[in-house]
Write a protein that binds this ligand. Structure first.
Ligand SMILES: [Cu+2]
Length: 114
């Protein structure tokens, strides 16, 4: 009985590995609302392409600007934008909404690359 259980656990973890090895890359979902990012500290791996899925759930337009890497995407209310960024070097990158007054209202965050 114990051997059978071990066999089941091993095959389950092998299946999990196969899934993780698929060339999906890292994807990050971020929701933009009035006036904040759903996650103000996003952690992603260094040296990999990252797919950003940015949804604006607010009533006004918002953007996300990561000046250090020249990333800027405006998202209209109710819309979702998909963008690839990277590969990035390790470090911390400030992201900010540059729509007038939004940064002051707290629409800022950090992209942490490790
Ligand atoms: Cu904004």
């Amino acid at each position: 009985m114990r051997a059978l259980l071990v066999a089941i656990l091993v095959s389950a973890s092998l299946a999990a590995c196969a899934t993780a090895a698929a060339p999906v890359g890292t994807s990050v979902k971020l929701t933009l609302t009035d006036f904040k990012y759903s996650n103000s500290a996003i952690e992603v791996p260094a040296g990999e392409k990252i797919l950003f899925e940015l949804t604006n759930a607010g009533a006004v337009e918002h953007d996300i600007v990561i000046e250090a890497i020249g990333f800027k995407v405006m998202v209209q209310p109710g819309k979702t934008a998909m963008r690839n960024i990277g590969p990035l070097d390790a470090g911390e990158y400030e992201m900010v909404c540059t729509v007038l007054g939004h940064k002051e209202l707290g629409m800022v965050g950090k992209l942490i690359v490790r």
